[in-house]
Design a protein around this ligand. Structure first.
Ligand SMILES: Cc1cc2nc3c(=O)[nH]c(=O)nc-3n(C[C@H](O)[C@H](O)[C@H](O)COP(=O)(O)OP(=O)(O)OC[C@H]3O[C@@H](n4cnc5c(N)ncnc54)[C@H](O)[C@@H]3O)c2cc1C
Length: 246
């Protein structure tokens, strides 16, 4: 059974009306970049708990979560309203296998996300393992509007720290934005536009992590499989490692 830690909100940054990042102070605990915990709030109708990926890197003891508010959702609208000093329960231990230890070596590593699915990759950017294991890393963030492109500053810092090793490719589907592609991910892969924009190949010698909404994952996985990549399973290592948010 999960244990619970009591956390205190230290910040709630609103990127826009439906997207925010909360920071939470808790007693220190170990986790691996890419894992998630459950956040819980007690309401008059009972306890509500949901899974959220850790955005902070291991060793940084202020926890951080990137959350989108789901209209009519039970927990995310409550999280959105949290203010400094408010309390929040955090499950222990952190869970999940969407971590670099589960990903085989490859010519390059594609970290592909939609929406808040970029969270686990932000955590990985702050680990040595990522930079030591993969010569070329491509971080793809697909969103609807430019305002959804959270954490650009942090990503820029990582690019400066590891020059030439990280390519960041935003995809903005509902607005035109300089430097961003603006079609759906599966289509961009099928036509080779994504690979061309990033200057990287996407072959059965690549490793691909996919995180975010179920439709993006299903359709992107299908395109990747059509060009020869296979699902990465412990018993049969392959190229595609997946974390689906709902
Ligand atoms: C391993 C894991 C990690 C996760 N990490 C994150 C994270 O870092 N950030 C984050 O925002 N969410 C994350 N989620 C999703 C999160 O757990 C909740 O499902 C989400 O916040 C909605 O909860 P809710 O109580 O507000 O809505 P609910 O009352 O649970 O349900 C509303 C319905 O909305 C749909 N839904 C769920 N999430 C979304 C979404 N983001 N956009 C649109 N529709 C949605 C589902 O169909 C769901 O049935 C993660 C889920 C998993 C399984």
């Amino acid at each position: 059974m999960a244990q619970w830690l009591s956390g205190t909100i230290t910040a709630n940054h609103h990127w826009h009306a439906n997207l925010f990042s909360i920071k939470v102070q808790t007693p220190a605990f170990d986790f691996t970049a890419g894992q998630f915990v459950r956040l819980a709030i007690d309401t008059p109708d009972g306890r509500v708990q949901r899974a959220y990926s850790l955005v902070n890197s291991p060793g940084n003891h202020e926890l951080e979560f990137l959350v989108s508010t789901v209209a009519d959702g039970l927990l995310s609208p409550l999280l959105q309203q949290l203010k400094m000093g408010d309390k929040l329960d955090i499950s222990q231990p952190a869970s999940g296998f969407f971590i670099l230890d589960e990903v085989p070596d490859g010519d390059n590593l594609w970290l592909i996300s939609s929406g808040t699915g970029i969270g686990p990759y932000l955590s990985m950017l702050g680990t040595h393992t990522l930079w030591q294991r993969f010569k070329h890393i491509v971080l793809v963030h697909s969103v609807r509007t430019v305002a959804d492109l959270a954490y650009r500053e942090l990503i820029q810092q990582a690019r400066q720290q590891y020059p030439g090793q990280l390519h960041y490719q935003p995809i903005v589907t509902r607005e035109a934005h300089a430097g961003a592609l603006n079609k759906r991910l599966p289509q961009l892969i099928e036509t080779g536009e994504l690979q061309q924009a990033c200057g990287q190949t996407l072959t059965n010698r690549s490793q691909v992590m996919l995180c975010g909404n179920p439709e993006m994952i299903k359709d992107t996985k299908a395109v990747l499989q059509s060009i020869g990549l296979t699902k990465n399973l412990r018993r049969t290592p392959g190229n595609i490692t997946v974390e689906q948010y709902w």
